[in-house]
Design a protein around this ligand. Structure first.
Ligand SMILES: CC(=O)N[C@H]1[C@@H](OP(=O)(O)OP(=O)(O)OC[C@H]2O[C@@H](n3ccc(=O)[nH]c3=O)[C@H](O)[C@@H]2O)O[C@H](CO)[C@@H](O)[C@@H]1O[C@H](C)C(=O)N[C@@H](C)C(=O)N[C@H](CCC(=O)O)C(=O)O
Ligand SMILES: Nc1ncnc2c1ncn2[C@@H]1O[C@H](COP(=O)(O)OP(=O)(O)OP(=O)(O)O)[C@@H](O)[C@H]1O
Length: 489
């Protein structure tokens, strides 16, 4: 791309040195700079990208965008701007030629259910023959291939790059999980969403946002950033049972589609029944009542399916086509996913790591428990992250008959510090604190009797544990099956 054409999108700048005619790439990481590229220095939490400008130039960068003039050597032009992060959003969108304008962009935000709802929408789109890409906690899925990503909502450059790749591969739609960090830190700058979906807002991430008000405000940016261009067919999908939806409705002028189980909503569910690994309910829609059967377990998944239904209905799909897809859906990876095993136990892998999700996960399993059996719930939480939610997590976990308190990614925090914070919220004495997660999983199996249910929560789809800053392989399911074989077979 012509360098001057690209730089036209940042209005106030000082240029030092001779700009190259063209640049071939943009990068924010000196470790992946290509020759003849533009390096943008970003001040991070851990390090300041300005310190890597020389490395970027040595690797072939011919333009450096920085917040101050840097003492760098080599054939390079410096572009000085007030805020490189803001400039990055403008430059990345221009460099990739605003790819989100050419594709239906669906953004899903909320404390719990982002991965589930976006996965459901993506798989329904694929089932309907619409080529779709997906990005979120599990990674970036394009053409059935899953690429690892750093974040739920990635940095602004990777985000534009992913949308561009989806567009170039002929995708008609892209479904994205939109985290509150992503919104607050401007990682979605320049992404033009067509549909914005809200699942719910409950306690999480207060280490970053400070208060629920700030957290709720960050999520609301998805709705206010939809803009005002009424030539575009945009829609908002809100959970009528969550009080934050009223605020989000005020933040947009686009049509609002509501869903829920308790309050008045456009899409509702009645007569929910949970039996034998099957959920059935009547879906009430603007076109009448439709009986639904699904393999997705629990009331929370009824909410998730209603949200997905509203998205498709808003885009003009028939209710028959929507229901057909719902009935074909496989459970979302690591979200109340039943482990196939010949052990005399029902084992579920789940990703609950907030108080609300813990309550929802346990309640999803209760219909499958016989009165004579136990529900054992193992839950861990991350180290060096929001500590204020820990007692509330254990309080909700207390709904289970027996609880194992452990860690998920302890990072640099001591095991005992994590489990003792959790234990403060326990409402009964039937629990154990075991910081080593593998040992905790074995303990959960050791206290199980035939017919019991065990939910392993907090790791979901993840096949690793982060201890210190190292990722170690870890699978709750594999450890549980091995321990179960020793005990029961
Ligand atoms: C606190 C936070 O959000 N940190 C994010 C941030 O990292 P950072 O600020 O530490 O970046 P840094 O390492 O200091 O680097 C600064 C700059 O120097 C550059 N650099 C660095 C080293 C080098 O050798 N050369 C170089 O050029 C980097 O590429 C970067 O441009 O920028 C990184 C790249 O975009 C992110 O991956 C990283 O997310 C970390 C991993 C993280 O854990 N974030 C969490 C808090 C988060 O964002 N979570 C949300 C919500 C998830 C949920 O809903 O549960 C998410 O969307 O993932
Ligand atoms: N709509 C929902 N309401 C409440 N809890 C839910 C909902 N959907 C899923 N859950 C619970 O929350 C857990 C996490 O679900 P999911 O991964 O879909 O949420 P998320 O918003 O993507 O979370 P994260 O941002 O942490 O990845 C699930 O394993 C399940 O226990």
């Amino acid at each position: 791309m012509y360098t001057e054409e690209l730089l036209n999108v940042i209005p106030l700048k000082k240029i030092i040195g001779q700009l190259p005619n063209r640049i071939k790439d943009i990068s924010i990481d000196s470790r992946s700079v290509q020759p003849k590229s533009m390096f943008i220095c970003i001040k991070g939490d851990t390090v300041d990208g300005h310190h890597f400008a020389q490395k970027a130039v040595d690797a072939g960068a011919t333009v450096v965008v920085a917040e101050r003039e840097l003492p760098i050597e080599g054939e390079v032009a410096q572009v000085i701007v007030k805020n490189t992060n803001r400039a990055l959003g403008l430059l990345a969108a221009k460099f990739f030629d605003y790819p989100s304008n050419d594709i239906t962009m669906i953004g899903v935000t909320g404390t719990n259910g982002k991965t589930s709802v976006s996965g459901i929408i993506h798989h329904m789109l694929v089932g309907m023959g619409e080529k779709s890409a997906l990005s979120g906690t599990i990674g970036f899925e394009l053409n059935g291939v899953l690429y690892e990503t750093a974040n739920t909502t990635n940095d602004v450059l990777s985000t534009q790059q992913m949308i561009f790749r989806a567009k170039m591969e002929g995708c008609r739609a892209m479904v994205m999980e939109v985290s509150s960090h992503g919104l607050a830190l401007g990682r979605l700058a320049g992404v033009d969403y067509d549909i914005a979906v809200f699942t719910n807002l409950t306690h999480d991430h207060l280490d970053f946002h400070g208060t629920m008000e700030e957290y709720g405000h960050a999520k609301g940016l998805l709705f206010s950033q939809l803009g005002q261009d009424f030539t575009k067919n945009k829609h908002v999908v809100l959970n009528a049972d969550d009080p934050w939806s009223e605020k989000y409705e005020q933040m947009t002028s686009y049509p609002v589609w509501t869903y829920g189980l308790k309050n008045d909503a456009i899409f509702r569910a009645e007569n929910c029944n949970y039996e034998d690994g099957i959920t059935t309910f009547d879906m009430i829609t603007p076109e009448g009542k439709f009986p639904v059967t699904t393999h997705l377990l629990g009331e929370f998944n009824v909410y998730n399916l209603l949200a997905a239904t509203a998205v498709f209905y808003a885009r003009g799909f028939s209710m028959e086509a929507i229901i057909e897809q719902i009935e074909d859906l496989a459970p979302v990876r690591g979200r109340m996913e039943r482990v196939k095993t010949d052990l005399p136990l029902q084992i579920f892998i789940d990703y609950a790591h907030t108080p609300d999700a813990i309550e929802k996960a346990i309640k999803a399993a209760l219909p499958y428990k016989k009165p004579e059996n136990k529900l054992i719930f193992l839950v861990g939480t991350g180290g060096n992250r929001d500590k204020s939610k820990r007692p509330a997590m254990a309080e909700k976990a207390s709904i289970a008959d027996y609880v194992v308190l452990t860690t998920d990614d302890p990072r640099y925090e001591e095991y005992d510090s994590i489990t003792s914070d959790l234990a403060k919220g326990m409402q009964h004495e039937n629990y154990a604190c075991i910081g080593d997660r593998a040992e905790a999983v074995r303990h959960a199996v050791s206290v199980a009797e035939p017919g019991d249910i065990i939910i392993f929560a907090g790791k979901g789809h993840e096949d690793y544990q982060i201890i210190g800053n190292t990722k170690y392989p870890h699978s709750d399911a594999e450890i549980a099956i091995e321990a179960g074989r020793l005990k029961f077979v």
